[in-house]
Design a protein around this ligand. Structure first.
Ligand SMILES: [Fe+2]
Length: 194
């Protein structure tokens, strides 16, 4: 269930909104030019499905988005606890990568096949924290200041869309705002139960 919380961006951020209402979420995000769409979730995908199996299961939807928006490269990012000795370090490293505020010169477009993550969109003095779950396709326009938190125990599979495959770089703003806004673990612990 998608969950949106909105905060002020001052020294002591205040929560202005918390909602799971799809229409309210759509209206809020439309107001900041961020698109959230919902696809049916493929139910026949085995856990541990390969990238090819995942892309095949969503072929129609992926092809439509690629045709409409001109993406040239699509892949699947997956991260799950695997019980290995180096998991805590890998999980922390992956989380840290885009946990500070940054921008990209390409759109950031993600479809959650399963699991979850929070996109924090910083615009016009507000932070929109969008908790995405299976079935959510979020499009963050290029140059939008944002960060992403996958939590201390990352677990997700996401299809990613790019306009070029030259690598995915973040331009970090140096603004420490992400440290003042509730993180993934805090927000997911406090959200309404479905
Ligand atoms: Fe990003």
């Amino acid at each position: 269930m998608t969950y949106l919380t909105v905060y002020t961006d001052g020294e002591a951020p205040e929560r202005l909104l918390a909602t799971v209402d799809p229409d309210e979420i759509a209206t809020e995000l439309k107001g900041i030019d961020v698109r959230l769409r919902h696809w049916r979730v493929a139910e026949d995908l085995p856990s541990g499905a390969s990238q090819d199996e995942i892309l095949k299961a969503y072929r129609e939807e992926v092809d439509r988005v690629v045709a409409e928006e001109g993406y040239t490269f699509v892949d699947v990012a997956q991260l799950h606890p695997d019980g290995s000795a180096d998991w805590p370090e890998r999980a922390a490293g992956a989380r840290r990568k885009f946990l500070a505020e940054h921008t990209h010169d390409d759109d950031e477009v993600r479809f959650f096949v399963e699991g979850s993550g929070i996109f924090y969109l910083h615009t016009e003095g507000r932070i929109h924290a969008v908790l995405c779950e299976a079935g959510d396709l979020l499009s963050v326009p290029r140059n939008t200041t944002h960060w992403f938190d996958m939590g201390t125990e990352p677990a997700f599979t996401a299809i990613r869309f790019f306009h070029d495959d030259d690598g995915w770089v973040g331009d970090f703003t140096g603004n420490p705002i992400a440290e003042r806004i509730p993180d993934f673990d805090t927000i997911t612990a406090g959200r309404p139960v479905a």
